[in-house]
Ligand binder design. Structure first.
Ligand code: NDP
Length: 389
């Protein structure tokens, strides 16, 4: 029986992961399930999946979780440290699906066990790529990408020589505003930005898709995970979201990964790797689909893409600064403190203001990442506050 944990079990990726586990329940022993604030959802999952341990991130919710799981025979805990501790419990495989920088430490603890980490949390590689990849090497652990674009690249590269890779193209749906006139973006509301044309995802990543901050994170993730030169990573807008990524080889061939926009494909690939197993996802009927379209990604519409290149060029701790500033800017937008287009402005300004601090840190340790994360959050808050006055 495989021992597994799901970090971020109450979220969208967590739900898709547990949906696959549920279909083959007897094959798995669940060690830990974690949630952020949704006690009811975590308790329901814990009653169904009987993990050894259920952890809620908000320490104030411990009593509520304990009550909800009274008599269930599941150990309960709360708080950030408890989540990190739960990641030290021995597993064969773990899903990292906490949203945001909070996903970094649990992922590192899983890697330190030498286990397999299915990585949905893109912030992990953006904020601390070199540190995380080194931890995996040092402990003989495996990281498998779960982001659909990276899973696609990973699959297209199977059996290929790294020297034959010429470029990697990751696709973007363009999000909610791909067809809006650029001038209208300043009026975009949270509700407008929270609707994705193709994917059903958590609210934060859906808004990040509209701003392309999500794609910016993925470009950096591509660089860190596959070690591809920034100049060889391209973004292509593909409104149908069926081609997830393409890899170009030195002989001119382009290998495209085509699949339904259903996260259970990439999650299932990581769950069963190195095998391929049947998955309950739609089979595409390309004749019915008829045509696929592509267009260039316009950096005037999506300044986040330019910022990603600047972050990769800066190196050091710039990724940690970028990620934290982006999270704060997103909070600022969701809470109505800044407008949609202001998010990129805040992130750019934080990168500029912390350039000396962030760029200088190399090699990057966990303490550095956490320090830069805090500094960037404070700076973003300061800028957001100043813009309100
Ligand atoms: P959701 O917002 O749906 O879920 C996030 C999960 O993280 C929830 O379980 C939430 O708990 C938990 N959480 C939130 N804050 C904290 C915290 N401070 N500490 C511990 N746990 C916390 O996100 P998604 O499932 O959409 O995304 C998860 C990650 O996967 C993100 O990094 C995202 O970028 C990435 N990803 C998502 C894809 C998707 O299709 N959704 C695709 C590719 C990558 P609770 O709800 O209980 O508060």
């Amino acid at each position: 029986m495989r021992r597994i944990s799901v970090f971020g079990a109450t979220g969208s990726v967590g739900a898709s992961t547990l949906d696959l586990i549920r279909r083959d329940r007897a094959a798995y022993h669940i060690v830990a399930l974690t949630g952020g604030r949704n006690v009811a959802a975590l308790a329901d999952l814990a009653r169904e999946f009987r993990p050894e341990l259920a952890v809620i991130a908000d320490p104030d919710l411990l009593g509520e979780l304990r009550e909800a799981l009274d008599g269930a025979g599941v150990e309960v805990a709360a708080g950030r440290a408890a989540i990190v501790e739960s990641a030290t419990r021995p597993v064969d495989w773990a899903m990292s699906a906490i949203v945001g920088a909070a996903g970094l430490e649990p992922g590192l603890r899983v890697l330190e066990q030498g286990a397999t980490l299915a990585l949905a949390n893109k912030e992990t590689l953006v904020a601390a790529g070199p540190l995380v990849m080194a931890a995996a090497r040092e402990h003989g652990a495996t990281i498998l990408p779960v982001d659909s674009e990276h899973s696609a690249v990973f699959q297209a590269l199977r059996g290929e020589e790294p020297a034959s890779i010429e470029r990697v193209i990751i696709t973007a749906s363009g999000g909610a505003f791909r067809d809006w006139p650029v001038e209208r973006l300043a009026q975009a509301t949270v509700a407008d930005a929270s609707t994705h044309p193709n994917w059903d995802m958590g609210q934060r990543i859906t808004i990040d898709s509209a701003s392309m901050f999500n794609k910016a994170l993925e470009v950096i993730e591509t660089r860190e995970f596959f070690g591809i030169d920034p100049g060889r990573i391209e973004v292509l807008v593909h409104p149908e979201s069926l081609v997830h990524a393409l890899v170009g080889f030195t002989d001119g061939a382009l290998m495209a990964h085509v699949g339904p926009p259903d996260m259970r494909h990439a999650i299932g690939h990581a769950l069963h790797w190195p095998d391929r197993r049947a998955l309950p996802v739609e089979r595409l009927d390309l004749a019915a689909i008829g045509s696929l379209s592509f267009r260039a990604a316009d950096e005037a519409r999506w300044p986040a893409l330019r910022l990603a290149r600047e972050v990769m060029a800066a190196g050091g701790g710039a990724g940690a600064v970028f990620n934290a500033a982006k999270e704060q800017a997103l909070d600022g937008f969701i809470s109505g403190r800044i407008g949609f287009v202001d998010m990129a402005g805040v992130v750019e300004q934080v990168l500029e203001n912390l350039h000396k601090v962030g760029g200088a840190v190399s090699p990057l340790g966990l303490e550095d990442v956490l320090m830069l994360d805090q500094r960037a959050r404070q700076e973003a808050q300061r800028l957001i506050g100043a813009s309100e006055r």
